[in-house]
Structures are given as C-alpha cells and as structure tokens.
Design a protein around this ligand. Structure first.
Ligand code: NAD
Length: 289
C-alpha cells in the first residue's frame, strides 16, 4: 500500500457511523491496486451534524467520491447538484461522484440487489415481487425493481414508523413508473401475505427480521406461502442463511442471501467513480466467500 501512495494519489472515503466494521476499504483498495488506479479509500466516522463539513472537505480535497452510510444517507441529498433517478425518488444517496466540484448523488443499493439476482440468473423485468419492509434497504429495492421493469410490487410492513414512508414510496413509484402496479399492506395480515406471495415470482425480506439478535425469526409465518420455484431473497447478510432462507429452501424455493447485494452495490459505485469494472470474481473470492 505505502509504495502506491504518492503526491498525486486521489482520495475516496466512506462516511457515516459506525464505519469501523465496513468491508468497503478492503474491497476498493484491493481493486484500485489490481487495476493500477491511483486512488486510496478510507473510512471517516461522522454523524449527521457533520455532513455539511464532510461535503465541504470533499470539495476542498478534490476527492473523487464518497460512499455514504447511515445516518447520513438522507442528509447529504441537500448538498448534491444532481441526483440519479433512483436517488431522486428515494430521497437518499449512498454514492457521491465529484466531477470537478459538481456533485452527483446516486443510490446503488437497489442496483446491487437487482444485479445480485441477475448473478443468480434471476431477472426482475415483468415479474411480480412481494417485499417485506419500508426502511432504507427495502425502499431502494422497491424503486430499482420498478425502474427495471417489474410489473407489480406488493409491499408489506408492520404499522410502525416506517408504514407511512411505505405509502409515500408507493405513491412516488406510481408517479415515476406508471406501468408498475404498487400496493401496500399491513404485514400482520398473514393471509394476504400468503396470497400475494402465491401470485408473485419473487419474495424479498427487506426488514431487519432475521438479523442478529432477531435471527430466530422470519417475516413469513405461514410456510404454505412458499412454493417450489419461488425466488426468495433476503437483504440480511448476518447470518448468511436466515431462518427465512432455511425454511424457503426446505420448501423447494430458490434462495438468495444478502451478501451479494453488498458486493454488487460496491461494483456499481466503483464503475461510477472510475469508469472501470471492479475485478468482481477476485473480490468475490477474497472478501465474500
Ligand atoms: P431500517 O431501520 O431502515 O428499516 C427497518 C425495517 O424493518 C422497517 O421496514 C421496519 O418496519 C422493519 N421491522 C423492524 N422490526 C420488525 C419486526 N419485528 N417485524 C417486522 N418488521 C420489522 O433498516 P435498513 O437499513 O433498511 O436495513 C434492513 C436490513 O437490511 C438490515 O438487516 C441491514 O443489515 C440489511 N441491509 C443489507 C444490505 C445489503 O447490501 N445486503 C444493504 C442495506 C441494508
């Protein structure tokens, strides 16, 4: 690493809190070295109240870009000169590209989800998708699936603080992608959830359910919802195989875990920063297996 850094080396960073556990610095720095790109990538632990300073610093240091994680994903939007279509609808940004002081905000989480599915041979175009969740990950997935041609999206959330956001997202998608039919339901309605999964080709868990310490739980209580050939994807990557995926697999479903989404959102951001393709296969083997 030391021998790679010179007076010309460009800087990229992850901002948010916490960031110490992030795999992004390893993934990006490996890829820069592998492709001979003169950049380094570090992580800065900052709170929402420091977002403006971070954006100013980004411009001052002529950084090529920044990834943004919680709790800063929404707060950075107001400082962007342009927003990608997905970031515009979602109202959150996870990737900022700095073109000589002009900042463009992107949201690659949903793209990461869709590309992970494609990596497993599953396309979202013309598919009906049922998805549990109305938070950051679920919203990004809903918007990207609609932009990528899903025919219908049924969203289930519990009646907590996220429910209203789910209704708003549905309305925004209907406006931006009129061809995609979007409905919102209460996840407590188990019969409706089963009915919607039966008429879908893809089911997604986009909630925290299944993640430690909720790793003993699943959003699908009625196992008759699963049928052979249904694609079941989870955003949760810790544990790698959630209870949802275990039970869906036993029912003959095609199961896709959340780890690949992390990889592919990074692949999309890398392309935006450098214009080059991350060496995906090598990164997958080194950091994601
Ligand atoms: P969030 O806090 O924004 O949203 C939480 C969601 O979980 C909401 O929809 C909420 O209603 C729901 N929820 C919480 N408790 C629930 C319960 N007991 N029953 C039913 N629903 C419940 O969180 P987020 O940032 O969207 O993250 C959600 C999950 O996605 C986390 O596990 C996170 O690690 C994962 N994630 C994965 C990736 C990836 O690349 N694979 C990216 C982002 C987030």
């Amino acid at each position: 690493m030391d021998s790679r850094i010179s007076g010309h080396t460009g800087l990229l960073a992850l901002i948010g809190s916490p960031v110490g556990h992030s795999g992004s610095p390893a993934m990006y720095n490996y890829s820069f070295a592998r492709l001979g790109l003169d950049y380094v990538y570090v992580a800065f632990d900052i709170g929402e109240d420091q977002v403006k300073d971070a954006i100013d610093a980004m411009k001052t240091f002529r950084m090529r870009g920044m990834n943004v994680t919680m709790p800063c994903k929404t707060a950075v939007c107001q400082y962007m000169d342009h927003l990608s279509p997905a970031a515009q609808i979602i109202g959150a940004v996870n990737t900022i590209v700095n073109d000589n002081g002009v900042l463009t905000g992107h949201m690659t989480d949903g793209e990461g989800f869709v590309r992970n599915l494609a990596d497993h041979g599953v396309e979202v175009k013309n598919k009906k998708i049922t998805i549990a969740g109305g938070g950051g990950a679920a919203t990004a997935i809903q918007v990207q699936c609609a932009l990528d041609g899903a025919s219908a999206i049924s969203i289930f959330n519990r009646k907590d603080a996220f429910f209203h956001r789910t209704l708003e997202t549905a309305e925004k998608i209907r406006k931006a992608v009129p061809g995609c039919q979007v409905e919102v339901y209460d996840i407590a309605d188990t019969d409706k959830l089963t009915e919607e999964i039966h008429s879908s080709q893809i089911f997604v868990n986009g909630t925290v359910v299944g993640m430690k310490p909720m790793d003993g739980e699943s959003v699908v209580k009625d196992l008759s919802a699963f049928y052979p050939g249904l694609v079941v994807a989870d955003v949760v990557y810790n544990p790698e195989e959630t209870r949802l995926l275990r039970e869906a697999k036993a029912a003959g479903c095609t199961c896709i875990g959340g780890k690949g989404m992390l990889l592919w959102q990074g692949v999309a951001a890398f392309k935006l920063y450098t214009g080059q393709d991350m060496p995906v296969q090598e990164v997958k083997e080194r950091f994601f297996s």
